[in-house]
Design a protein around this ligand. Sequence first.
Ligand code: FAD
Length: 339
Amino acid sequence: MIKIQENIDLAPYTTFRIGKTAEFFVVVKDLKDLKEAINFARENKKPIFILGGGSNVLISQKIKGLVIKNEIRGMEVVERNADYVLVESKGGEPWTKFVNFTIGHGLYGLENLFLIYGTVGAAPVQNIGAYGVELKDVFHHLKAIDLKTGHEKIFSAVDCLFGYRDSVFKNKLKGKYFIYSVTVKLKTQPDFKLDYISLSEALLKKGIKEPRLRDIINIITEIRNNKLPNPGLLPNAGSYFKNTEVSERKFNALLKKYPEMPSFKGSDKKIKIPSGWLIEKVGFKGKKIGLVSMYEKQALILVNHGGADAKQVLILAAKVKTAVKKKFGVDLEEEIRVI
Ligand SMILES: Cc1cc2nc3c(=O)[nH]c(=O)nc-3n(C[C@H](O)[C@H](O)[C@H](O)COP(=O)(O)OP(=O)(O)OC[C@H]3O[C@@H](n4cnc5c(N)ncnc54)[C@H](O)[C@@H]3O)c2cc1C
């Protein structure tokens, strides 16, 4: 039997520690809970908002409707053969616990995505990625529950329309499905992706020529701990903006003016410019406005120094966007979901 609560403050359920109240709030632990919650919303004509670990959201207004917090857990190896292994996790599992589970089974494929915050169920929503790997590279399928009918539907990678921090669940099917479980296809032999510059540099520096899984995990842990603020100490939601993808023409024009501008390959023949660099160049890296700033070690991350509200975050983000547009003529796009 689920317990529906009223007027719950959502700030403690987000890594930004910022939020308004939810009209109704429920934690679901299994499929039966979820179906009950969907029935409650249907009977009371309330919209549903799904919350995982709250590590990619800025809740700037009261949520009128039912917030369903996903705590449906369970992980298992579902198929194993000589070349690959399929591993399924329920959506409420913490992502890093899932990565640890696969590593514990001696499987390869999720190592570059180690230590990303949030839940497994949210990972396909923005096709999480780090250090040259995205979820789509190992994704097999997911099971989702239609929030209107309560029926299950299976989505293949093609159905998910994955893109750079993007999927069908952020667009056409936004708010329509609850991602119940995710299955990934992992390798039984090493096939490391080590092209990403900070990763290859770290391996070189340590003199590791033939890395083992444990080496990659240690290096990713080191890089992330050095560069990213721990939300427990300095609340944030990871990258506030996406990296900026531009056409080759636009890129060449910018490069003429800023020859030192870093870049890497984007999607569809586009070129990605690190938005953290753009933000630094307009003077916002580490600059504190009120109780918020763009993080001093990684300008892409907007941090709450304690007690900030959503309005302060939105004001800083708008200032940053305006400054970047004025200097470089490009539009920064939010990576986090502003509600
Ligand atoms: C310090 C830090 C570092 C980070 N580093 C990275 C990184 O390297 N790469 C990266 O890609 N991201 C990164 N992130 C962002 C974040 O961890 C991911 O986006 C993560 O997948 C969000 O998971 P969540 O469970 O917290 O989602 P939430 O913030 O709870 O929700 C995010 C969105 O997904 C929807 N959603 C959540 N669960 C479900 C579900 N079961 N079904 C349907 N919709 C759902 C929500 O409604 C919301 O729209 C970082 C965040 C932090 C705080």
